[in-house]
Design a protein around this ligand. Sequence first.
Ligand SMILES: Cc1cc2nc3c(=O)[nH]c(=O)nc-3n(C[C@H](O)[C@H](O)[C@H](O)COP(=O)(O)O)c2cc1C
Length: 358
Amino acid sequence: MKQANLFERLHITHPIIQAPMAGGISTSELTAAVSNHGGLGMIAAGYLTPAELLQQIKEVKQNTSNWFGVNIFVPSEYEVEDCALHTSRTLLEPIRESLHLQQSEPTLPQANRDLANYHKLIDLLIEERIPVCSFTFGIPSKEIIQRLKKHNIVLIGTATTVKEAIEIERIGLDIVVLQGSEAGGHRATFLHAEEEGLVGLMSLIPQTVKLINIPIIASGGIMDGRGLMAARCLGAAAVQMGTAFLTCEESGASDIHKQAVTKATDSQTTLTRTFSGKKARAINNTFIRLMQSREKDLPAFPIQNTLTKPIRTVSSQQNNREYMSLWSGQSPMLASIQTAEELIDRVMQEAEEIWNGV
Ligand SMILES: Cc1cc2nc3c(=O)[nH]c(=O)nc-3n(C[C@H](O)[C@H](O)[C@H](O)COP(=O)(O)O)c2cc1C
């Protein structure tokens, strides 16, 4: 059974992985709490510097002796196009004014600096003996894979199509996270145009199971025991839940974000590249509505992400949900405010009841 050894491989007692959630949502407390309660807690290093990641690793290690993982964004080439920059600035200016934003535009990112940061993060994982590393937005080079494997680090890739999952297995990663189109946050798509990587989990899992041999972790819209059992019936070994952990007490999401998720309905999320230049699922709001018609003309990730950051930050400080990136998957109606332990216990109890036919 190709899926059977995932528990041993990840040192977990429950088939639950806490989705890494970059931007301060996956706090050290959340990561440690999940690992302490039988799941796999994940640090989201996507936007972190090596010093910030080290700090977070230390905090998690202080709070759990169990395994946890680190998630890294694979950097991609991008160019700063003047025309796209102009479009973005023109659209953002009235929003900045309406929020009385004083702060000047942040320094734009540079691809070579992103790459240098990425390599330093990889070095740190090795130095700190992190047992599990997951990647999104692409796959690492063969050289990096070999280095990490030499240090016995379990490697996880993220796929949004069968083709991407096959590539993740072919290149030598150990496990694949399948991200269905229901998922909250950014799309991991790397071999297709963004709109092609939008396969629902119900279709994605069984088609992938047929063609690959590495274990599958399902993600996208899974919030409870029913979702866990459905994913396992389709052939996944475990689930990775984001939105369900986002509303947990230990999560770093702002109260306004947590409330927006717990009050949202199934039809209120949308896919948008307006916040960051990369497609992501969020609860619809004024910012998206104002920008959406021009989303194709905006700069690529991470440029647009940097340009909108001051707006998102000040909007959050002003408790104004209309200009924040309210990331959420398609099942917000199943979200509630609780501790990570309560969430894990509930999901496992529901799964057991289904298994026992209760
Ligand atoms: C707020 C938020 C931030 C996320 N950040 C990351 C990230 O840093 N790295 C990553 O691999 N996935 C990230 N994701 C995607 C998750 O790994 C996962 O695919 C998604 O949460 C699953 O859908 P769900 O939110 O409906 O559970 C994020 C998701 C959310 C909701």
